[in-house]
Design a protein around this ligand. Structure first.
Ligand code: DGY
Length: 323
């Protein structure tokens, strides 16, 4: 069985696949064009996908030989799941192993924005350290503040737990379902979307992205938020309207924003949001730790090995494919 991996993953995953006797194809030059990528996919039985390549109807029609996809990500918004289901193609993902790392980044961004770290670092780089000034560059403390989580799953839970333990923050959340564990262990309170946006001192997005949620966080939302609120997005850039966010930040309708994901990605170099002093922007590094990336490699390999043995993928984004 031929497995195409478009970008090298940690050795631990490659080794597992080799030991399982699978044939692995990795392009020497990883910066291949879309056409070259498609050719590799057409010749593969299974794809181990790194990054945001899109798997839509057209792809499946062009690559009828593909029998399974193992994503090197927890998010699967770049896969048209109903189209995969129609063809009985299981789509594996990598949950849990990156929850700690990704929530760490949300936590880091929250503090960085609250204490104006990017602004102050920029001043240092510009040789503008300045004298001690009792009134300048003041941040805000997070103790006892309200953290609003949009999408309280595994990553959101870890973020809420850190905020509770570190800063005794109150937790409110909005989700499709109630998260009873969070309600019991973190005293988290389920609120409506409107309550979430108007009551949060820090609003952090941790939901799976669906197309219908595009631009959910837009001008009308930013206008309802507190003027000293911190907006954090480590989930998917599609959740926020970046122009609206820029205006909200530039016009001080909210305090600041910490983004590990942008809209679009990579961010455009002439995006005016980059010139603002109340943002901290990272290049989608939520899962970029040795531990998380090794964990993701193992889960992706486990998914492929199970598939090659005729078993169900243990970490599957579309378990209904097995029904
Ligand atoms: C994920 O795993 O979904 C990360 O955002 C990387 O794409």
């Amino acid at each position: 069985m031929k497995v195409f991996i478009n970008k090298r993953i940690p050795e631990i995953g490659i080794k597992m696949l080799e030991e399982a006797g699978l044939e692995i194809v990795i392009p020497e030059n990883e910066n291949i064009s879309h056409e070259e990528w498609l050719k590799y996919c057409q010749n593969a039985d299974v794809i181990l996908n790194v990054g945001q390549n899109k798997y839509e109807k057209e792809f499946f029609e062009q690559c009828p030989n593909v029998k399974a996809i193992a994503l090197y990500s927890v998010g699967f918004d770049h896969v048209d799941i109903p189209e995969a289901n129609k063809r009985s193609i299981p789509v594996g993902n990598t949950p849990d192993v990156l929850s700690r790392a990704t929530s760490d980044i949300a936590f880091l961004l929250m503090q960085s924005v609250a204490r104006r770290a990017s602004y102050n670092f920029q001043k240092v780089k510009e040789n503008n350290w300045g004298d001690f000034d009792p009134l300048h560059a003041l941040g805000q403390e997070l103790y006892g503040k309200t953290l609003g989580i949009f999408g309280l799953g595994r990553i959101g839970y870890e973020m809420a737990e850190k905020c509770r333990k570190a800063f005794d923050m109150k937790i409110i959340y909005h989700n499709r379902n109630h998260n009873r564990e969070a309600e019991i262990k973190l005293d988290a309170k389920y609120v409506s979307f409107d309550e979430l946006i108007s009551q949060s001192d820090v609003l952090s997005i941790h939901a799976n992205f669906k197309d219908e949620q595009a631009d959910l966080f837009n001008q009308s939302v930013f206008e309802k938020m507190k003027t000293d609120a911190v907006f954090i997005n480590t989930a998917r850039g599609g959740f926020h309207n970046q122009k609206d966010l820029y205006h909200a930040l530039a016009e001080k309708k909210i305090w600041g924003a910490g983004l590990d994901v942008t809209n679009p990605e990579p961010i455009l170099q002439d995006d005016p949001i980059l010139d603002l002093s109340n943002v901290c922007i990272l290049p989608h590094i939520g899962s970029a730790t040795v531990e998380a990336r090794n964990g993701m490699a193992k889960l992706a390999a486990k998914n492929i090995i199970a598939f090659s043995n005729g078993e169900k993928m243990p970490y599957c984004a579309n378990p209904e494919v097995y029904e």
